[in-house]
Design a protein around this ligand. Structure first.
Ligand SMILES: [Zn+2]
Length: 216
């Protein structure tokens, strides 16, 4: 099991430390802005940055991964602030060096950035959801780039679909086909051995997530 953050879609991934008084003022602002009987939409940056810090603390204490939405998602986002490269201060903070982070949504369109981060930061993992299935067969191209740079042991299939059960099956079918095509493309060009490609496919579709999230 894991924690998840959508801070990318509220105040952005450029998370930093704030003085306690700024966090308190930000919290008071957030409370005051809640409409009567309504649901709050938190956007106050000092408050959200502090909440992410607390989440990182708990994640590191409990050994649970933290999923972080990156790249596209909600329609009203400021996409510039959802660039996963903005997480550098979190990644370089020695307190969270062992805390496993999972970039969600293939961080699309920041696919190359995400593949690079997955390759160089031991704690970074990459979830392929939303781009799979919504790019359809076009997901082949970002997948090829990701597989060419990032370790397959840190990539995970995901769909991000919800509501209609049929969508889960369709998404899984399309993803298997596209992933198979990408791995086959690499095997044909001697980029991968075929047994290694088959093992990578199984890992991405199942065993990587089972291991990371501690699932049976
Ligand atoms: Zn999502």
């Amino acid at each position: 099991m894991a924690f998840k953050s959508i801070i990318a879609y509220r105040s952005g991934l450029d998370v930093r430390a704030w003085p306690e008084r700024d966090c308190a003022a930000s919290y008071a602002q957030a409370l005051a802005a809640i409409p009567a009987g309504g649901r709050p939409r938190l956007t106050e940056k000092p408050l959200l940055d502090r909440l992410l810090e607390i989440t990182l603390e708990v994640a590191s204490q409990t050994g649970r991964p933290l999923q972080i939405h990156a790249g596209f998602g909600d329609p009203d986002i400021d996409l510039v602030r959802a660039n996963p490269l903005l997480l550098r201060s979190v990644l370089e903070d020695s307190r969270w060096a062992e805390t496993r982070l999972v970039l969600l949504h293939m961080a699309y369109p920041y696919v190359r950035e995400a593949a690079f981060m997955t390759a160089v930061w031991p704690q970074v993992h990459l979830d392929l959801s939303l781009a799979l299935p919504f790019l359809g067969p076009g997901a082949l191209f970002p997948l090829l780039e990701i597989l060419s740079l990032a370790p397959a042991s840190k990539l995970m299939y995901g769909s991000d679909v919800s509501a209609l059960p049929e969508l889960f099956a369709l998404s899984a079918d399309w993803a298997r086909a596209t992933l198979g095509e990408a791995l086959g493309w690499l095997v044909e060009r001697d980029g991968l051995d075929d047994t290694v490609a088959a093992a990578a496919g199984r890992a991405i579709l199942s065993s990587n997530a089972r291991a990371l999230y501690g699932l049976a």
